[in-house]
Design a protein around this ligand. Sequence first.
Ligand code: 5AD
Ligand code: SF4
Length: 454
Amino acid sequence: MPDYVDMIKKAFSGREAPPLCYLHSFGCQQNVSDGEKILGVLCDMGYGVTEDMENADLIIYNTCAVREGAELKVYSLVGNLKKLKENNPELIIGLCGCMAQQEKTVEKIRKSYRHVDLIFGTYALKELPRLLYTVLTEKKPVSDITEYDGVIPEDVTSVRKDSIKASVPIMYGCDNFCSYCIVPYVRGRERSREPGAVLNEVRQLAEAGYKEIMLLGQNVNSYGKKLSEPVTFAELLREIDKIEGDFRIRFMSSHPKDATKELIDAVIDCDKVCKHLHLPLQSGSDRILEAMNRRYTAEKYMEIVDYARSRIPDFSFSTDIIVGFPNETEEDFQDTLDILKKVEYDNIFSFIYSIRSGTKAALIEDKISDEEKSGRMRRLLELQREITDRRFKRFIGRTLDVLFDGESNKEGFCSGKSDEFIIVEAKADPSVIGQRKQVRITNAFNWALQGELL
Ligand code: 5AD
Ligand code: SF4
């Protein structure tokens, strides 16, 4: 295959300044991490990175398909780019990621958004130089949503915007086929990175001074099962914990069907691992969980929570909830509220069910009205607000380990996250940004804690 990276580099060599690319990633951390790899490939080809779209020679939206809202937003933003392209016909506009991986998106873009030059899916990172070369030289639109087999981009260096926190994917794809979810269709089958590759990357990040490493996967608990030498996620965590350096470790997401006591034990034993688990519940009703193909019951879910809390009474949990799955009854919804009360999450991420064509749930005729669904969402958030209020007050007087990552909106204050993944702000000089500090909590708001630096 021709060396397209080299060919593009040569094509740019006559320019006074390097061409600039602007990339924005929507959606989950996995997608943000993919975006960092795409920037890596672009920088290899000679691009510089800009945060200013108006100055860019190449604009890429790295899209999310998990809910309709995310897709609509991208269509609207892509529509807005038409003006930029009219003013600068040399501008290249690209669309990639989960939404781009779908045939229907390619059709719609080709038909109604003709100013888009380049569409590539979640498998095509390695093909990007070839695709871009074609756009640059042949001046014609190109798309590639081929499902290239099992590729893991090991030889690509990520370009990270954040110098404090870094994400490290440990696996790609998903085999679970929850009935509402588009991810297995746009990200393909589950494939794990070799433990050695993960450990090397974490080691490099620790040496570079990163203070927090987030291990990523659609279902980290099934990490390593299909490797030629199988490794469990708990084993991987223990190995990562041994790496020297002043950093903490988080991971997401854990599927409750595969969450084990072994995992909780590893989290508790490993000093660097935050005592917090993001454990997406989705629904507290066994009937709905079955219709969602989640393969656990509310009881099984509570066993994990109870085990963690039996070892550390204050173990922190957060979760994802879908409200208004097709034909969710008031009784089903009450089951979800019941679990919220039992677990007392520190934080929840809740979503109204969004129909995704191609998934199993999209075929169910839904009799629940939109008003009913938004009413339930309101009630869910109200309940969680009360819980968060109570939960957060328990921190007053305690000291938390906070990694400061920016200035807060309040003059003279900086903010960061505690081990529990809770926002904490404190009066501090911006020089604390990038550092872990002990903070004594003095006040609890609904969305954050406030304290004093020790
Ligand atoms: N509708 C609403 N929420 C969804 N999620 C995934 N698919 C859908 C959908 N079709 C939510 C789940 C998942 C989170 C990342 O997004 O709660 O855990
Ligand atoms: Fe992430 Fe899923 Fe959205 Fe893709 S569809 S960006 S995997 S949340």
